[in-house]
Design a protein around this ligand. Structure first.
Ligand code: C2E
Ligand code: MG
Ligand code: MG
Ligand code: MG
Length: 278
């Protein structure tokens, strides 16, 4: 987090800055403990198909539940974890947990057919990322063809050459690849043609005003056409209202995820929710 400073100028650390550094350090230490003390949990948010009936998949979303305190949302602690290799430990925990549950559901004929997990840049580019996944897939073979990895554009573009090799290997392993928060990062889509991507997740920023803003609709229609040509599926993120869903349906968006359909929920609630839709 070093700030760029003009040569010869003085650097002042205000009490606020010192406090912030302290707070991040405290959070990072607490998170390390939380990982050991099993205070982390996965919640699950369903994705439904165009007609609103079929469940196309479920996204795993991390929650930190310190005992006797309100849960801490990932937006608060993931960025802190991403500053160090702690994100790799957390990401490996998430992957192991996701695979274990997916295998369990498969054995019991319950749960969703597909599960998506979010992968941070440092974790994705860590040297043992693919070998760890290979090991997990040997241990939990049902996850082959059922697990999707969500990465953002910035993860890929951080190192396009390496990402291409890595993604090809992950495809060989039978994993699905999805681009999260699509459309917010970069104006160039050129990188898409080079990568074995299965799915684009349309960022909530486009969905929010889809029912009132023709320009947002134009962008969505364009992304949908692009995805069709490139043989990728699209999931609209953050669908909160009927009006938004109706517009997206009219535009031909194949799948939705958002509070309108279901909020992220603990496993037991997910299984009940799923049995309600079957
Ligand atoms: P994301 O992957 O884009 O996940 C979607 C976020 O949007 C989730 O927030 C979800 O609860 C929220 N959401 C879903 N539907 C709606 C809706 O209709 N309206 C609104 N306002 N929000 C909706 P959450 O769970 O707080 O996660 C935030 C971000 O934290 C995720 O964004 C993802 O980038 C990151 N994250 C979550 N779990 C993990 C994880 O296991 N590993 C990593 N590396 N990152 C994670
Ligand atoms: Mg995601
Ligand atoms: Mg997203
Ligand atoms: Mg996001």
């Amino acid at each position: 987090m070093a700030k760029r400073i003009a040569p010869g100028s003085h650097v002042f650390f205000s009490p606020e800055m010192a406090e912030e550094v302290q707070e991040r350090l405290r959070l990072s230490n607490a998170l390390q403990q939380a990982l050991k003390n099993e205070e982390l949990a996965l919640h699950f948010q369903p994705q439904v198909s165009l007609n609103g009936h079929g469940v196309t998949g479920v996204e795993a979303l991390l929650r930190w539940q310190p005992p006797g305190q309100p849960p801490i949302p990932p937006g608060h602690f993931i960025p802190v974890a991403e500053e160090t290799s702690l994100i790799c430990d957390i990401g490996n925990w998430v992957l192991a947990r996701a695979c274990e549950r997916l295998q369990h559901w498969h054995r019991h004929g319950s749960g969703p057919e597909r599960l998506s997990v979010n992968i941070s840049a440092r974790h994705f580019h860590s040297p043992d990322f693919t070998t760890r996944l290979e090991t997990l897939l040997l241990q939990f073979p049902a996850c082959r063809h059922r697990l999707t990895l969500e990465v953002t554009e910035s993860v890929i573009l951080e190192n396009l050459t390496e990402s291409r090799t890595r993604m090809a290997r992950l495809k060989e392993l039978g994993l699905g690849l999805s681009i999260d928060d699509f459309g917010t990062g970069y104006s160039s889509f050129a990188y898409l043609k080079e990568l074995p991507v299965d799915e684009l997740k349309l960022d909530r920023a486009f969905i929010r005003h889809v029912d009132t803003a023709p320009r947002d609709r134009a962008i969505i229609a364009c992304i949908l056409a692009l995805a069709r040509e490139l043989n990728m599926t699209v999931v609209a993120e953050g669908v909160e209202t009927e009006a938004q869903r109706d517009q997206l349906q009219r535009l031909g968006c194949p799948a939705f995820q958002g509070f309108l359909m279901a909020r992220p929920m603990p496993e037991q609630a997910l299984l009940e929710w799923l049995s309600g839709t079957r």
